[in-house]
Unconditional design. Structure first.
Length: 312
């Protein structure tokens, strides 16, 4: 998967505790205003009703906010269509550090800020067109109990064989697994990831129109969520490709979330093709909406074992 999303919606103050307009800031301004003057009993009653309505609206907003997207960045990657050659194994370490993200603990779920995520991905090639992958998610933060196991996922993937001579690469993966509640309130999830890619001269383009589904947790009622990923890279040399990666989570299919609640992240990234047996990817991600972790750093280091039929 390109990234592991928990389907919780965090209140705005969890992401920006000092932002003007957050609930606690507005509340302090209202308190200051009440100290400057006293209202008549009639005005006090009217003011109480207005405050009650405002409080009720705020409570409803925060309740709905509990179902929003808060990104847990465990494995951030736009998938290529090709699969591992039969008899070969790829072992990858995905290292991601959230510099600025959600803070504190909301409804028993850890914030992402200053979490270091280390994910081990092991992919085994079965046939020319089929592979199976296993993910082991971990998280480290000294303020959240140190290093902890987060969960595991399994991911079978099949592709259109090269012998079919399609004009673009096409494959699809299914990823299913468990993650602990303290890291994601949606503990059992399924991801369906169609993959389309194409090399055009020095340009490499990939599109992953991902569909996410929760089976246990607050997002079950949302149904299928659309989370598109894109990559556009340019081969500056035979060994260096650089470009942009985009990761989004737009909300339930047919009823997208408001823009400020969506996850929209852009990552300038570089790929080094130093050897057919090694892969390396590095990027710095910037969240461009209120529902996204603001700043993170990601790195992928992979080693292929076995004799591939052709360089990857």
């Amino acid at each position: 998967m390109a990234r592991f999303f928990s389907r919780e919606r965090l209140p705005a103050q969890a992401l920006w505790p000092d932002r003007p307009g957050n609930a606690h800031t507005q509340g302090s301004r209202r308190t200051q205003g009440s100290r400057r003057r006293q209202s008549s009993p009639l005005k006090q009653s009217s003011s109480f009703k207005k405050s009650y309505k405002v409080g009720l609206a705020t409570a409803i907003f925060l309740a709905s906010a509990a179902c929003a997207l808060a990104q847990g960045n465990y494995e951030i990657q736009v998938y290529p269509s090709e699969t591992q050659d039969p008899g070969t194994t790829m072992i990858e370490l995905h290292s991601n550090f959230t510099v600025q993200g959600s803070k504190g603990v909301v409804d028993g779920v850890y914030g992402t800020e200053h979490q270091l995520h280390e994910t081990v991905e092991i992919t085994q090639g079965i046939t020319d067109w089929f592979e199976t992958g296993l993910y082991i998610f971990t998280s480290a933060n000294p303020n959240q109990g140190g290093w902890q196991w987060v969960g595991d996922h399994i991911r079978p993937r099949a592709r259109v064989p090269e012998s079919w001579h399609w004009p673009v690469g096409v494959s699809v993966s299914l990823e299913f697994g468990y993650q602990r509640y303290v890291f994601s309130p949606d503990t059992w999830t399924l991801e369906i990831r169609p993959i389309v890619d194409k090399q055009i001269g020095r340009w490499y383009l990939a599109f992953n129109p991902v569909l996410d589904r929760s089976f246990h947790g607050p997002s079950v009622s949302q149904g299928v969520v659309f989370s598109p990923d894109l990559k556009a890279g340019y081969d500056f040399t035979p060994k260096i490709n650089a470009g942009l990666e985009y990761y989004g989570s737009l909300g339930p299919v047919g009823n997208f979330d408001p823009l400020y609640q969506q996850e929209q992240q852009i990552i300038p990234a570089v790929d080094l093709n130093l050897s057919p047996k090694w892969e390396f990817n590095f990027g710095v991600g910037v969240g461009v909406t209120r529902g996204t972790d603001h700043l993170l750093v990601k790195m992928i280091l992979g080693r292929r074992f076995g004799n591939a039929k052709s360089p990857k």
